[in-house]
Design a protein around this ligand. Structure first.
Ligand SMILES: [Zn+2]
Ligand SMILES: [Zn+2]
Length: 343
């Protein structure tokens, strides 16, 4: 099968190669991949700014159809449409994070698409426990957006946990920001989503998703809006999804006293933030990465019930052979989510 392989460490070293079809282990499910989304992590692997164990097939945001089930599995049948987590627990599930339910930050965490073969290929095998049925009313292409969705639902419903009618500022309207904004609305929050002029297309999609307050910080006065909506206090919560220093800085500035700040975006470098404001306003700062089982289960329900919409985030589909074009689109911040379709 043709697969997109990181062949060795170092910038580039990514190529479409003929790889053997994977065999399904006793506790595994073999899935024919329908579509796999291009994510920032894939770009990091391409640039080699993120560790990997080459040679490895990359790609982790996928959905597909079960084509084979392992002997000791019981939950799936051939022909079912599924999505899967990419987590691999090299501790065997026994470390202090895994036993507490936080397996996504396992002390020996591995991941399909980074150090175990992933989904930019025709077939992938996954541990049965990592696989979930896709709701019948969701297409396989929408299913490819589940992994970023679940990261977003974890950030909002497990970590930031806004209350009903809280004013929540989400900075950065990429795929994660658009999903975080929708997830915050399901919690009853009033949401402002901010971006820059470079995000015009993304901000337009946000408005189409029904996010009431969409702000271009280059042309609109974000501070005036936050202060107006909060009676001069500031936002109750900020969820930072851009990984841009100025956005994080304005988030801290625009929080009310005792507000909460949740960091989701990655900066790729150290940044300078006003920690005196964190002390003086008694702010709470949290991080959020990857997901939990709770976030998977809630995400499946939220999408099935139509409370979160995925289709408008898919802005391009390309055959897997055109991966280079897709990665360049991502770098140019063109569109929101590009799906690669295996041959
Ligand atoms: Zn991803
Ligand atoms: Zn562990």
């Amino acid at each position: 099968m043709k697969a997109l392989v990181k062949t060795s460490r170092g910038p580039g070293n990514l190529e479409l190669r003929d790889m053997p079809e994977p065999t399904c282990g006793d506790d595994e499910v073999k899935i024919e991949v329908a579509a796999c989304g291009v994510c920032g992590t894939d770009i990091h692997l391409w640039k080699d700014t993120f560790p990997s164990n080459p040679p490895v097939i990359i790609g982790h945001e996928f959905a597909g159809t079960v084509v084979e089930v392992g002997r000791s599995t019981c939950r799936f049948k051939v022909g079912q449409r599924v999505v899967a987590e990419n987590v691999c627990l090299n501790c065997g599930g026994s470390c202090y994070m895994c036993t507490g339910g936080h397996y996504a930050i396992c002390v020996k965490r591995g991941a399909q698409g980074l150090n175990v073969d992933g989904a930019f290929a025709r077939w992938i095998v996954c541990k049965e426990k990592n696989v979930y049925r896709l709701p019948d009313n969701i297409s396989l292409e929408e299913g490819a957006l589940f992994e970023p969705l679940v990261c977003s639902v974890h950030a909002v419903l497990d970590q930031a946990r806004p209350g009903a009618a809280d004013l929540v500022l989400v900075t950065g309207p990429g795929a994660i920001g658009l999903l975080v904004a929708q997830a915050a609305r399901t919690a009853g929050a009033e949401v402002i989503l901010s971006g820059t002029s470079a995000d015009a297309e993304r901000l337009a999609v946000a408005a189409g998703l029904g996010i009431e307050r969409v702000v271009n910080v280059h042309t609109d006065d974000l501070k005036a809006l936050v202060m107006d909506l909060s009676g001069g206090r500031g936002a109750d919560a900020v969820i930072e999804c851009s990984g841009v220093e100025s956005a994080a800085a304005s988030g801290i500035e625009l929080l009310r006293k005792r507000g909460s700040f949740t960091q989701v975006g990655l900066f790729g470098q150290r940044v300078a933030l006003d920690m005196d404001s964190v002390a003086m306003k008694e702010l709470t700062i949290r991080g959020s990465v990857s997901h939990t089982r709770n976030a998977w289960e809630r995400s499946l329900k939220l999408v099935e019930q139509g409370k979160i919409t995925l289709a408008p985030l898919i802005t391009a589909r390309l055959p897997l052979a055109e991966w280079h074009q897709a990665f360049e689109k991502f770098e140019r911040r063109e569109g929101i989510k590009t799906l690669l379709i295996p041959e």
